[in-house]
Write a protein that binds this ligand. Structure first.
Ligand code: CA
Length: 230
């Protein structure tokens, strides 16, 4: 487990060769990749894997990419997941725009891998900044995801890898209340079994590190709900 939170990319593409090329390149960029062969499978994977971004082909058998996009963008729990739509022709892109399916970006096939990776990173910079090496700030706390340095009011704080991931999760969305289960998914990964009380232990360590050189405790315990920054 690396210290930087690894974003999950869901690739929905029915053509095996294209799916594998995409997965290969995304994995080489350091992303965790999950794959779906069609729209139905894509929708199931969204619920099972809670991806950070979806690369979605327009032309899919049965449930089309547009339909998948439309469904995800009308659901409150999935509408903030960025969707990058792949289409075969530029006229389709115009159609996607016209249909207002809510896709966040569009790439026309054949696309350059470099361009596609840049578009994926651009979306993640907006929604999951810590996963693409951005610098995050909250009041006097600065977290540099590239160098893994955290400072508070100029003093460097020493954080363990889990505390670093916890803090970057909080700093991506100040004010948001995270349940212990959500933090487990985001920070430990859902494939690993960890007791929810472990979250409390690491929150305690993070609090201690954040207040080591003074300053108030920026983490808020929300009774019956979880934790929030600010
Ligand atoms: Ca296709």
């Amino acid at each position: 487990m690396s210290a930087t939170p690894q974003p999950t990319v869901l690739v929905v593409e029915d053509e095996p060769a294209q799916r594998e090329v995409l997965a290969y390149n995304l994995e080489a960029e350091g992303f965790r990749v999950v794959k779906a062969e069609n729209g139905e499978e894509g929708l199931i994977m969204v619920d099972e894997e809670t991806p950070d971004i979806i690369v979605l082909d327009w032309m899919l058998p049965n449930v089309s990419g547009i339909e998948v996009c439309r469904r995800l963008k009308t659901r409150t729990d999935t509408r903030t997941i960025p969707i990058l739509m792949l289409s075969a022709r530029s006229e389709e892109v115009d159609k996607v725009r016209g249909l207002e399916t809510g896709a966040d970006d569009y790439v026309v096939k054949p696309y350059s891998v470099i361009e596609l990776m840049a578009r994926v990173r651009a979306q993640l910079r907006r929604t999951r900044p810590a996963t693409v090496g951005e610098r995050l700030e909250y009041e006097d706390i600065v977290l540099d995801a590239e160098t893994h340095r955290v400072t508070r009011d100029g003093d460097e704080l020493k954080l363990g890898p889990t505390e670093f991931r916890l803090l970057s999760t909080f700093m991506e969305k100040p004010g948001r209340v995270w349940s212990r289960e959500q933090l487990l998914d985001r920070v430990w990964g859902r494939d690993i079994y960890v007791d929810t009380r472990t979250v409390d232990v690491h929150i305690g360590r993070l609090r201690k590190a954040l207040t080591r050189f003074g300053g108030t405790d920026p983490l808020r315990t929300v009774r019956g709900a979880g934790y929030a920054l600010g």
